[in-house]
Write a protein that binds this ligand. Structure first.
Ligand SMILES: NC(=O)C1=CN([C@@H]2O[C@H](COP(=O)(O)OP(=O)(O)OC[C@H]3O[C@@H](n4cnc5c(N)ncnc54)[C@H](OP(=O)(O)O)[C@@H]3O)[C@@H](O)[C@H]2O)C=CC1
Ligand SMILES: CC[C@](O)(C(C)=O)C(=O)O
Ligand SMILES: [Mg+2]
Ligand SMILES: [Mg+2]
Length: 336
């Protein structure tokens, strides 16, 4: 069954303009949501701890900052945009004691609801507005008059109008300009985790690194390897983004096309597909969530794995090459 999609005409901005919105967190998503909500005429405050590094950034942007507890108490709609692994503690200590019947608890990702780390009272609305892109791109697209597609889901709806509120919120951050798909917390969480682990972040990073290292180990110049395995990827992905795989195959040479269609399945093998299913299983049965919540405490293994990704020849060469191509670089954000 295909998903329901909503656009600007399906959402009424006045709904969210009539609510007091607290955005907890001023990071990648938090800065994008709060600035675009404000630019859309919504009354918004930011919830951050005393001494938070983000406080000066939010204040410099002209936003009012309260503690998370004060912001939650003040608001009708509380959007939680702090890291997934700190949300349950923040909820228990600062949000739950300040919730009133009819308040709405919003999320940018379904992790804590899907894995029962947060259980909201039955008289509180629970919904999700999850942009399908990095926060800095969400803000950049909004400022450029465009939008990043988003997902909305409603888990609890005691007020009866939670979907309309979520769609209105999505409109205020530019989501309905691009299209907002209706989903569930379960579907969003499981597909989002699968996408970022297997394809978008984990799979792509390993593919790039393995390709680069194979060429360099064979004696080719690291700069040439960088161009082939990383730089040019954007140009290929742009073609896929604009017209699907068909568009990409049409545009590349027939030498690239034959080489690709005859060799690609030797890289993504039946064993790779089996591993994808195993990873999906770990997401569905909660193994990954349990592992990540435990790891997030001390992050010892996480730090080692991060170093493998960042302290390597690919990243050194990449920095040097990008310094020679200033047009490639764009500041990650205007505001955060
Ligand atoms: N990154 C992305 O683009 C996407 C994220 N999401 C989801 O959005 C949510 C937010 O993610 P993201 O924007 O990456 O988060 P970030 O890591 O960028 O959030 C950091 C912000 O949270 C604040 N913060 C951290 N801990 C606490 C706390 N205990 N109490 C109050 N504030 C705290 C930080 O304050 P300080 O400066 O003081 O550390 C900072 O303002 C997550 O659910 C994520 O899955 C969904 C789609 C994409
Ligand atoms: C792809 C990573 C993401 O899911 C996202 C930007 O959508 C995230 O969690 O950051
Ligand atoms: Mg995502
Ligand atoms: Mg994600």
């Amino acid at each position: 069954m295909s998903a329901e999609v909503f656009y600007d005409d399906d959402a009424d901005l006045a709904v969210i303009q009539g609510k007091k919105v607290a955005v907890l967190g001023y990071g990648s998503q938090g800065h994008a949501h709060s600035l675009s909500l404000r630019d859309s005429g919504v009354e918004v405050v930011i919830g951050l701890q005393e001494g938070s590094k983000s406080r000066p950034k939010a204040e410099e942007a002209g936003l009012k900052v309260l503690t998370p507890a004060e912001a939650a108490k003040w608001a009708d709609v509380i959007m939680i945009l702090v890291p997934d692994t700190v949300q349950a503690k923040l909820y228990a200590e600062e949000i739950a004691p300040n919730l009133s019947a009819g308040n709405s608890l919003f999320f940018g990702h379904g992790f804590n609801i899907r894995y029962d780390l947060i259980q909201a009272p039955a008289d509180v609305n629970v919904a999700m507005v999850a942009p399908k892109g990095p926060g800095h791109m969400v803000r950049r697209q909004f400022v450029d008059g465009k939008g990043v597609p988003a997902l909305v889901a409603v888990e609890q709806d005691p007020s009866g109008d939670t979907q309309a509120v979520a769609l209105s919120y999505a409109k205020a951050i530019g989501g309905t300009r691009a299209g907002v798909l209706k989903t569930t917390f379960k579907e969003e969480t499981e597909t989002d985790l699968f996408g970022e682990q297997v394809v978008l972040c984990g799979g792509t990073a390993e593919l790039i690194r393995a390709g680069f290292e194979t060429l360099v180990e064979a004696g080719y110049a690291p700069e040439a390897a960088y161009f082939e395995c990383l730089h040019e990827l954007k140009l290929i992905v742009d073609m896929i983004y604009e017209g699907g795989l068909t568009n990409m195959w049409y545009s590349v040479s027939d030498t690239a096309e034959y080489g690709g269609v005859s060799r690609g399945s030797r890289i993504i093998t039946d064993e790779t597909r089996k591993e994808m299913k195993r990873i999906l299983g770990e997401i569905q049965d909660g193994t990954f969530a349990k592992e990540w919540v435990a790891e997030s405490e001390k992050r010892e293994n996480f730090k080692k794995l991060q170093a493998v990704q960042t302290d390597n020849q690919l990243e050194e060469v990449g920095k040097k090459m990008r310094d020679l191509m200033p047009w490639v670089q764009r500041k990650i954000t205007e505001t955060a």
